[in-house]
Design a protein around this ligand. Structure first.
Ligand code: NAD
Length: 368
């Protein structure tokens, strides 16, 4: 297959981890006979420095004409002055809305070799393999009115949680499809005992469920879900939720895996005219630009490499190739190689480039 991939390395450790992702994609192309064409673009702080804009028009245009986007991370102390007129994070929000990315998918898998890297007890995190699907373009973060208010009672502020049934339905369909391809369990998370948007969410969830009789749907209140995620996380398969709840729950769930350096993500738009097997998406590690370790060559590239596996599966429909990358990562971990953030007793500490090389070597060997 031929595919065009836009690369947005961004700031801090972003360029280092994206370089390893590209290495892995090239190894996949070589082994399985595909052609991936890469085009590198500016986003975030570096884009502000070079163009004054965190999301230059050329970047958005290149992403729109690509089949998928690989992003590193944006931001850092240099651009974090709250009085600044432009901020790197505006680049991220602009990408999400400009590319119509409405579903954020975050798998959280605890690898047996890394069970001891979690802050939770091994018996709690053992066997965790879930996916959180978060609505990304609606809810509190986008609802209007939003902003400060002057009232007779003094200063106030308002945010608005707003959802249409159509926005809820398209997110739930992605989640049901995902659950159907896995253990066939979907937890739909809401706050239906208090919020009107959540009652609509629950109503739509049960309507959509009629098309998925093979998937078991469970309604879970968000506060209970926050508790169950640390009490019995292995019970979850797919969790679907709205924007704000998903933002919080997905960070909580990330900690089950021990380090942000292990967790990939995908943000998906509508299916393209290539059909469901080829869906445009933006793929990125869930971590930020890690300015505290930038430039030291020690960032863990596995979250980015696993994001590339998601790209192969979700945007290109290349299941065998995605598996090959995931199995290669697991083999490298089982062989004892660790970046510093996932160090376990007896592990062999390697840097960013060596970790990428180890994964590439596994893929090239062809055993995976
Ligand atoms: P962060 O994720 O960058 O770092 C949190 C901690 O995790 C740090 O100690 C860091 O060293 C460590 N860490 C993160 N990724 C790692 C990796 N791959 N390997 C090893 N260790 C890793 O979060 P932060 O420090 O809160 O934010 C730093 C900057 O990143 C801020 O400017 C923030 O706005 C930005 N940020 C960007 C994104 C994004 O681009 N999607 C997401 C979150 C934060």
């Amino acid at each position: 297959m031929d595919a065009k991939i836009a690369l947005l390395p961004g700031d801090g450790i972003g360029p280092d981890v994206v370089a390893e992702g590209v290495k892995v994609l090239k190894a996949v192309a070589e082994r399985f006979g595909h052609t991936f064409e890469f085009s590198e673009q500016l986003v975030g702080g570096i884009a502000i420095d070079e163009t004054g804009d965190p999301l230059p028009e050329a970047t958005l245009a290149a992403c729109r004409s690509a089949d998928a986007v690989l992003l590193g991370a944006v931001g850092g102390p240099k651009w974090s002055d709250p009085r600044a007129a432009v901020r790197p994070e505006q680049g991220l929000l602009g990408l999400r809305s400009g590319l119509g990315l409405f579903a954020n998918i975050r798998p959280v898998k605890v690898y047996p070799a890394l069970v001891s890297a979690s802050t939770l007890k091994p018996e709690i995190v053992d066997g965790v393999d879930m996916i959180i699907v978060r609505e990304l373009t609606g809810g509190l973060y986008f609802g209007k009115p939003q902003g400060p208010l002057d009232t007779p009672q003094g200063r106030a502020a308002v945010d608005t949680m707003y959802y249409t049934a159509a926005e809820i339905e398209r997110l739930l369909r992605v989640s049901f499809d995902l659950a159907r391809s896995r253990r066939k369990k979907l937890a739909s998370v809401d706050k239906a005992n208090v919020l009107a948007t959540s009652r609509l969410w629950r109503e739509v969830a049960h309507e959509v469920a009629r098309d998925y009789p093979d998937v078991v749907l469970e309604d879970v209140l968000v506060d209970a879900c926050a508790m169950y995620l640390v009490r019995r996380p292995a019970a979850y398969d797919v969790i679907a939720t709205e924007n704000t709840f998903g933002d919080i729950l997905s960070d909580e769930a990330a900690m089950l895996a021990g380090s942000m350096g292990m967790l990939p993500s995908a943000s998906l738009g509508e299916t393209t005219d290539h059909g469901a097997a080829r869906r445009f998406g933006l793929y990125e590690p869930i971590h930020g630009s890690a300015p505290d370790i930038a430039g030291q060559g020690i960032a863990n590239p596995l979250a980015t490499i696993l994001s590339c596996a998601m790209m192969l599966r979700w945007s290109f429909g290349l299941e065998r190739e995605a598996n090959a990358v995931e199995v290669a990562v697991e083999a490298v971990l089982n062989a004892g190689y660790r970046c510093r953030d996932i160090a376990t007793p007896g592990g062999i500490i390697v840097g960013t480039v060596e970790m990428g090389d180890r994964v590439v070597a596994q893929i090239a060997m062809g055993w995976t």
